[in-house]
Design a protein around this ligand. Structure first.
Ligand code: ADP
Length: 413
């Protein structure tokens, strides 16, 4: 069976088509600028069978039109990868928040749709768009089974003491306020790979570090999450590209008072103008901040002026150190609650591509006997970077959330 995997954002639809016989990706692409303005829209569709890439502006007034266009590309003579669209037996959707209810992926029914709607307050920036994707597929491919894979599901095994906030308990109960955690599909994929590499060790203790634009960590015992750093929303945990991560909640009222902002406006600042962007004043992209901080590995002529400014260089160094330090602090607390660690796993944009980041974080964990092999750490792809004398194995495992969604979809359908 072929499975279409869809990740639907406010103005974009990312997709991949898998042939589940051998789990090969046979096409992938992205629709962008959906309903951004009158006539806006762009599709980049890349077949993996030698056919040409389709890369054109095309009016995409809504998600349904985008998905219908993708389907017509998938079945077309020139850009297609299936002889007949009926070969696509199911669609898997990435959905942000399944609330307290969904601990696994599920076939989408009317009840699931109602629940995704009900949990919109728990994922206001994503759940509505995830739902648009689902509705668009029901319209564009009637009769084809659809599956929802939630970013929160893998964290559903957390014990109550890890997911309950110490606020009045009636709020927890009345409003489902608790830690949900995100990036679950990624933590699941890389931890399963790591456990395979540990030879299926029983009671394995794994700490996964998903470090990208958004970053989160998870503590995983015997394949089950016991804690994770993101919370009710993706704002909690380590500082990120533009998010502050955990701060004293009193800061919210303080900024609101001093700057004349509403709570909502302060939260926008904490989500969009903070993190390494807010501290460095340079960029939310780690490569840019590394460069301005003095790292010459990926020189960027556009930032030459900033790099020559000693104050911006100092703030960029500070932003990066805050990041490494806070990631290491949470990793250390997870090693402690797991009673030690068998493996530490780095993944996502930064975790997979920045040897410096990995080295700096591991350096903070020396007290646990973790060291890194500098030569291996410079390599790319799925690698083991454990130092010769390290008590904990250290891996870099490129994440593959789409494959997990395709596998779950295939299994359920
Ligand atoms: P998202 O959370 O949007 O999926 P990614 O996981 O793709 O993000 O991560 C994007 C981040 O990874 C960016 O900040 C980017 O700078 C960083 N990154 C990618 N490659 C490198 C690299 N070679 N060195 C440092 N940072 C990198």
């Amino acid at each position: 069976m072929k499975v279409l995997v869809i990740n639907c954002g406010s103005s974009s639809v990312k997709y991949q088509v898998f042939d589940m016989e051998d789990e090969r990706v046979i096409a992938k692409g992205i629709c962008e600028k959906i309903a951004v303005s009158e006539g806006s829209g762009h599709i980049k569709h890349t077949p993996q069978n030698g056919k040409p890439t389709f890369n054109e502006d095309i009016a995409l007034p809504n998600h349904t039109v985008a998905i219908k266009k993708v389907l017509s590309l998938l079945g077309s003579e020139e850009y297609g990868v299936v002889a007949n669209l009926s070969e696509i037996g199911a669609v898997g959707h990435r959905v942000l928040n399944g609330g307290p209810k969904y601990a696994t992926s599920v076939v989408v029914t009317q009840e699931v749709i109602e629940d995704i709607k009900r949990f919109i307050p728990l994922g206001p920036l994503h759940n509505p768009h995830n739902l648009s994707g689902i509705n668009a597929c029901f319209e564009a491919m009637p009769g084809v089974a659809q599956v929802a894979t939630f970013d929160t599901s893998f964290h559903a095994t957390m014990p109550e003491h890890a997911f309950t906030y110490a606020i009045p308990y009636e709020y927890t109960q009345k409003h489902n306020i608790r830690r949900y955690g995100f990036h679950g599909t990624s933590h699941r994929y890389v931890s399963e790979r790591a456990i395979e590499k540990l030879g299926g060790k029983p009671n394995s203790r794994v700490v996964t570090l998903h470090l990208g634009n958004g970053s989160s960590l998870a503590a995983i015992r015997d394949g089950k999450v016991i804690d994770t750093s993101m919370g009710l929303t993706p704002l909690e945990g380590v500082p990120m590209g533009t998010r502050s991560g955990s701060i004293d909640p009193a800061v919210v009222e303080f900024i609101a008072d001093k700057e004349g902002f509403s709570v909502g406006e302060v939260l926008k600042v904490l989500n969009n103008e903070s993190g390494i962007y807010g501290v460095s004043g340079v960029s939310s992209d780690f490569r840019d901040v590394e460069f301005v901080a003095g790292d010459q590995r990926s020189p960027n002529p556009d930032l030459a002026e900033q790099a020559a400014d000693p104050e911006l260089a100092r703030r960029s160094k500070l932003a990066l150190e805050i990041f490494y330090y806070n990631v290491a602090k949470i990793a250390a607390s997870y090693i402690a609650v797991l009673g030690g660690a068998d493996a530490i796993v780095f993944t996502a944009g930064l975790g997979e591509n920045s040897p410096e980041t990995r080295e700096r974080i591991i350096a903070y964990l020396a007290a646990f006997g973790v060291t890194v092999n500098v030569e291996e750490n410079a390599k790319r792809g799925e690698i083991e970077i454990t130092g010769a004398d390290s008590k904990v194995r250290v891996f870099v495992i490129p994440t593959n959330e789409e494959l997990v969604i395709a596998r779950d979809t295939n299994a359920l359908v």
